[in-house]
Design a protein around this ligand. Structure first.
Ligand code: ZN
Length: 81
């Protein structure tokens, strides 16, 4: 078992962490490496930003759809009265 993962391993773990929860060991290695390596901290920040943007886009879809549905529904009830 290696205590210090390489930058390559860290970037692989970082992108893996966005898809699935990491094990305790992986998270520990990441934290140790990130505390010492500024370039991997940058990679981490960029990945999180990209991932957050993707989630925002995904979250906006259904919300807009529900809003459009409510607007159509109120239009129908307004015409009935
Ligand atoms: Zn690194």
């Amino acid at each position: 078992m290696k205590l210090m993962p390489s930058c390559e391993e860290v970037s692989r773990l970082l992108s893996k962490a966005l898809d699935e929860p990491l094990g305790l060991l992986d998270r520990g290695m990441l934290q140790v490496h990130l505390s010492m390596c500024g370039s991997c901290r940058n990679v981490d920040a960029q990945l999180r930003e990209l991932h957050g943007m993707a989630q925002d886009l995904f979250a906006a879809g259904p919300a807009d759809d529900a809003h459009a549905h409510r607007a159509r529904a109120s239009h129908r009830s307004a015409r009935r009265e």
